[in-house]
Design a protein. Structure first.
Lengths: 749, 155, 287
């Protein structure tokens, strides 16, 4: 039995947060600090002719930085070095940064920002996947293609002739704004002698650290990145902070003063990353009895103007595209293409919500074609233990999707509601429906990713036996501090209160990798567990501790050790679990160490007077290995489901010539407390051998299921398939009107 | 110009432009628990109580606060003892990233003042002006229910 | 914060006279600000077109309710929260209470005022459809004059009205003639709370047997300003409310509105929903 794990221990930084004492970057102020602002391109593509500083402003008081002022490479180092910190000659998307300004007076800095005139000769731009594929303009590389993948299993061409049914479908998803409530912000100090220090809101301090090394002529040890309390990330603070930190540091470098840059909401929404829009085409061959014989999937995402993380997003979306089903013949061709929109980027789920939406809508279409219930078509095709995924990964853990499905349908009263709605809908303007999605999400970096990262985590004991966890993994609300402390407390058999997590500061903590990809619990948690075991071993070997010990004896042992030998620290570096194999060239093998598995059921009502959609009930059932903290885990699921509801029916980025036209919280609509139903969360726990105390990752999983479950429920309610999200009332009304016209035309014909 | 008002029971005199936002003025006097999320009265992160009424401090010009009593999140705990809502938010998982939390707790305080034993619908309506992107609101509802029970118990 | 704060002036007179004097001395220069729930949003966005503002916050004469046998009169500074709590409003003007409860959320309702909602002139404002079907009258006050006007003729176009530059909306008066009427209001926004209306329809009707004795219909968000649908009303007033009357009304209302595409919705959606809401309202009269 566990002492700490599985218990709802108090969130580590909870008290600071409920009292308003927690310090976010905008809560810091440095003596002599300047406020920085960014002048951005109003056009999507063009050549910069001139920059004019107009108006009655004391321009000599301003620190002004343009591309010419960058001491090192003008490139945001990430994967492909294509994105400049500041546009020099060309702009490639709306809101691209061109000039940075800083002044002591925050309000004057903003006034000055509005007084800078960019004279840009506009060039023709492209804004959609179709326009990019058609190569109407070549805006990136030779063909606008940022990245492609091909996954092949069996022989897809062999299946079409013998198939009883061939089912084809096209599915689209829109951009989605992360909408963390704390906007992006950074403070930097910089000088050639002292080096650079940056404090800010971020997920990945070492990403920022790496990026700044290219921009400034400094050795790594002279660059220090410190994460402040971070008001939500969801991927939106994965890669973007490298840009903002660079900008603040450039202004600090030139002015010699600390510079604070905090985006306002409009800037944050218009200029920073969003979830990649996508287009998926699926063609499946199905036998008479509903077995999938072949899946041919084309998955395309819009990456925006620069490569950023699109290749990695595409990879995850590609690997999840065939879902939790076993099919002997699969081909997945995927492509990330460039458009003149601000680069799309990381957002919880990272490509998987897009391709899973497509597949889970498509599976309902397959069911209809074969004449089976949606649950039956899935039962006949679910992956099982020892089955192989699309990349040929053989599932070694116990997975029982049938059981998950049965339980989820039971918890949601699926059969009874199906019957009830079918009866009541006939004479009602409110049409009710129920639908579900079954899916999985891989935890940790894809393929060889974790091997390349070689993450390191550590623990350090003091003379009172208190443990400090040393990781660069950040607390952004999801519970890093709490669960890592639980894992260490459990491993060392000491009290939870004795364990804390160091503030992520690259000068103090090792690189435990980025806080992304549902890896913090499973991968970093495991490292922290090993480091804690190592620390205990050290004490055992030094004969300061017996096999069985009390917390007091542990503390005494730590004190003795430190007195005799000095600091007591233990580090652990990532090693892949045995038998994991991945081929980067063929894109085959073990894509993830482990998957979390889930079935989500949504109940909706559609008011046919207004086409308003309401999610009335939501059941989220998942198998995630060991649950480290029941309240935090449920909180992750509930939050992800709420974002998924937004993704499905509310959150519509309105584009106008590559620019977000509704960059205000008033007009970009996320769910409020009255828009979410009661979200009923259930866990199955099948401990994973290589996770800390059996845990897997859960952060991204809950965003994958809601959109397809909700659209499946809407189809059940109104009898019309719609395959595009966000499904706004406007789009639904148009679809219904179109269907009516088609029906009339059909009856006339 | 000089503007006087009380914050968390303490008299303050600030030298400020009359159109300065109450939000900025509070943060400038060191009360950074009040957060800015949108600057347009939509997200509620900057919620404070002004003479007992919930307001978005980003939409209040400081001149209109002259002579008023303002309560911010920093003023909720008494002698180091957390308000039942603060306890409840910490315990039930009502706070994740924490940026909406101060405003959310003040909105919840207003709610419980109006409806000491609120229905689910009253809770949802009472918090509808405070957006949370982390929790999906479920644990926040739990926190309000728990605090309501504690406060009814008179502890 | 996109406005340069030092550029803006704000004064808070202690009395109504003082405020009216200021506005009469420099007509059109001083913009009244009450709860700030509209103007401060523009201020934040750097889009506030007024540099000099006069706060009504201390003018207590413009607060509260006065009821007579024939009318209830609301001070212009009455907040949405106060409207929701007033018993006469709850009993006789439930649509205005509903509209108030749908305006923003609690913090906005505590600060936002009825006069502000009217003066702001947004076609999507929440209270106007209800005010229109209740046949509200607006009391305009200046140093030189007090005058009353029908709210139905108050707005003259997108964000324009017949208010003179030295006037403020001092009072809103509602005739207490709603007894025995059916009240209907629906606001369609993208979400259930804190939404800006994409379409809102208010209806008030008195039935006599199966016939429509008196009917008022008003809409928000489907024209440059909130509108009373007089043509539609005339189509069915005095008629037996049967299927053909409903169909005639639907045709009439579609011709009476001028919806547009914008970032919140489409003209097509607004037109269809308007017609559907009207049908729902009229059918509810048959029950």
């Amino acid at each position: 039995m566990f002492q700490t794990v599985g218990k709802p221990v108090p969130r580590k930084e909870g008290r600071a947060k409920v009292t308003g004492q927690a310090k976010y970057v905008d809560d810091l102020s440095f003596p002599g600090m300047l406020h920085g602002v960014t002048v951005r391109s109003p056009v999507a593509r063009g050549r910069i002719r001139n920059i004019e500083f107009t108006g009655d402003l004391p321009w000599d008081e301003f620190t002004i930085v343009t591309a010419k002022d960058i001491p090192g490479a003008n490139v945001v180092a990430l994967i492909v070095d294509d994105q400049p910190y500041l546009a020099g000659e060309m702009v490639n998307h709306t809101e691209e940064p061109v000039v940075l300004l800083a002044h002591r007076d925050k309000h004057l800095a903003e006034k000055a920002r509005q007084a800078v005139r960019l004279d840009i000769d506009p060039l023709p731009a492209i804004f959609t996947i179709e326009e990019s594929l058609a190569k109407e303009q070549i805006i990136w590389g030779a063909d606008n293609v940022l990245k492609t993948f091909l996954v092949e299993k069996g022989d897809i061409e062999s299946v079409w002739a013998e198939a009883a049914h061939i089912v084809e479908g096209e599915y689209r998803t829109g951009a989605q704004e992360q909408l963390y409530i704390e906007t992006n912000g950074m403070i930097a100090t910089a000088s050639p002698d002292e080096g650079i220090a940056v404090w800010g809101s971020m997920q990945c301090p070492y990403y920022v650290h790496k990026a700044l090394q290219k921009t400034f002529p400094l050795p790594p040890e002279k660059i220090r990145i410190i994460q402040m309390e971070t008001g939500g990330g969801f991927g939106g603070k994965e890669e973007y902070p490298s840009i903002l930190a660079g900008h603040a540091a450039l202004l600090a470098w030139k002015s010699g003063k600390p510079v604070k840059m905090i985006y306002d909401r409009a800037e944050d929404m218009a200029a920073t990353t969003k979830r990649h829009p996508s287009l998926t085409r699926i063609r499946t061959a199905v036998s008479d009895d509903g077995k999938l014989l072949g899946m041919d999937i084309e998955f395309i995402i819009d990456g925006g103007a620069y490569a950023t993380l699109s290749s990695v997003v595409l990879s995850r979306g590609t690997i999840h595209a065939a879902g939790p089903y076993e099919c002997p013949n699969v081909r997945i061709r995927s492509k990330a293409v460039a458009t003149n929109a601000p680069p799309h980027g990381a957002f919880r789920g990272f490509g998987a919500p897009q391709s899973i939406f497509a597949l889970e809508r498509h599976m309902n279409k397959v069911a209809r074609a074969v004449g089976l219930e949606p649950q039956e078509i899935r039962r006949r095709n679910f992956l099982h233990t020892r089955g192989a995924t699309a990349t040929g990964q053989v599932i070694r853990e116990t997975v029982d999707l049938e059981k998950l499905l049965d339980r989820a349908l039971e918890l949601s009263f699926y059969d009874a509601k199906m019957q009830l709605f079918a009866r009541d809908n006939v004479n009602s303007r409110i049409k009710r429906g129920i639908g579900f999605a079954s899916f999985m999400h891989g935890a940790g970096f894809t393929g060889s990713g974790e091997r390349y990262l070689q993450s390191v985590a550590g623990v350090e004991a003091d003379a009172q036996g208190k443990i400090r966890i040393l990781v660069s993994s950040t607390e952004i609300g999801q519970g890093t501090n709490t669960i890592l402390s639980q894992i260490v407390a459990e491993t060392l058999a000491i009290d939870y209160d004795q364990v804390n997590v160091a503030q992520p500061d690259t000068a103090e903590v090792p690189n435990s990798g980025p806080t992304v990809a549902s890896r913090t619990c499973m991968v970093v948690g495991k490292l922290v567990e090993s480091a804690a075991i190592g620390l205990r071993q050290t004490l055992l070997k030094a004969d300061l501790l017996a096999d069985d010990y009390t917390p007091a004896e542990f503390a005494a042992a730590c004190a003795h050790y430190i007195e005799q030998f000095g600091p007591l620290k233990s580090f652990s570096q990532y090693e892949a679990p045995p038998g994991i194999y991945w081929d980067d060239d063929a894109y085959r093998g073990d894509a993830y160490g482990a998957f979390a598995w889930a079935v989500y059921v949504a109940e909706v009502s559609v008011d046919t007077v207004t086409c308003e959609i309401k999610v009335e009930d939501f059941v989220a059932l998942q198998e995630i290995g060991r649950v480290i903290h029941p309240v935090l885990a449920a909180g992750q699921i509930e939050g992800g489901v709420a974002q998924g509801i937004g993704y499905a029916i509310f959150e519509d980025v309105v584009w106008n010539q590559g620019r977000m036209a509704n960059a205000q919280m008033t007009n970009y609509i996320m769910p409020t407390s009255v828009d979410v139903p009661s979200i009923r969360v259930y866990f199955e726990e099948t401990p994973y051998e290589y996770g800390p105390l059996g845990a897997k990752g859960i952060g991204e999983l809950p965003i994958d299921g809601p959109a397809p479950a909700i659209l499946n429920a809407i189809e059940n309610a109104i009898g019309l398939p719609v395959n595009e999200i966000p499904l706004t009332p406007e789009k639904l009304m148009q679809a219904l009107a179109h269907a009516e016209v088609s029906a009339v035309e059909a009856s006339v014909a | 110009m000089k503007i006087e008002f009380r914050v968390n029971g303490v008299q303050h005199t600030v030298d400020s432009y009359p159109m300065a936002r109450l939000l900025d003025v509070l943060r400038e006097i060191g009360l950074t628990g009040t957060k800015e999320g949108c600057g347009e009265g939509e997200c509620g992160a900057c919620s404070v109580l002004m003479d007992g009424e919930l307001v978005n401090s980003c939409l209040v010009p400081v001149l209109q606060v002259a002579g008023c009593n303002v309560l911010t999140v920093e003023g909720l705990a008494q002698n180091g003892r957390l308000h039942p809502l603060q306890e409840a938010f910490a315990q039930t998982g009502g706070a994740q990233c924490g940026i909406c939390t101060p405003g959310m707790i003040l909105a919840a305080a207003q709610l419980l003042e109006r409806y000491p034993n609120p229905t689910d619908e009253q809770i949802r309506d009472g918090l509808a002006g405070n957006l949370c992107r982390c929790t999906g609101y479920q644990k926040i509802f739990d926190a309000v229910r728990q605090a309501s029970a504690v406060m009814a118990g008179g502890s | 914060m996109r406005s340069y704060v030092p550029d803006y002036e704000l004064v808070a007179p202690e009395s109504l006279d003082e405020m009216l004097r200021l506005m009469s001395r420099e007509p059109g220069v001083w913009r009244p600000i009450a709860g700030g729930t509209d103007l401060m949003v523009l201020f934040e966005a750097g889009k506030l077109p007024y540099r000099k503002l006069v706060s009504l916050s201390r003018i207590n004469q413009l607060r509260g309710f006065t009821a007579s046998a024939s009318h209830i009169t609301l001070g212009g500074l009455t907040t949405y929260t106060e409207i929701q709590r007033n018993e006469i409003m709850q009993r006789e003007f439930p649509l205005l209470v509903k509209a108030a409860s749908w305006t923003g959320a609690v913090a906005t309702q505590n600060r936002g005022t009825l006069a502000g909602n009217i003066a702001n002139g947004s076609p999507a404002a929440d209270s106007p459809p209800a005010l229109l079907v209740y046949d509200a009258e607006i009391g305009l006050l200046s140093e030189r004059d007090v005058r009353w006007t029908k709210y139905a003729s108050f707005h003259t176009g997108y964000k324009t009205s017949l208010m003179e530059p030295d006037e403020v909306i001092a009072h809103i008066s509602l005739p207490r003639t709603t007894w025995g009427s059916k009240h209907y209001l629906r606001k369609v926004g993208t979400r259930k709370a804190q939404a800006i209306a994409k379409v809102a329809l208010a209806g008030l009707a008195k039935m006599n047997g199966g016939a429509v004795e008196r009917i008022r219909i008003a809409l928000g968000s489907v024209a440059p300003m909130p509108i009373r649908c007089v043509e539609t009303e005339n189509t069915i007033a005095g008629r037996m409310l049967d299927r053909s009357a409903i169909e005639d009304a639907k045709v009439a209302i579609a011709a009476e509105i001028a919806p547009i595409d914008d970032i919140r919705s489409t003209a097509d959606y607004r037109r269809r929903v308007t017609v559907n809401l009207l049908e729902e309202f009229l059918e509810s009269l048959l029950e």
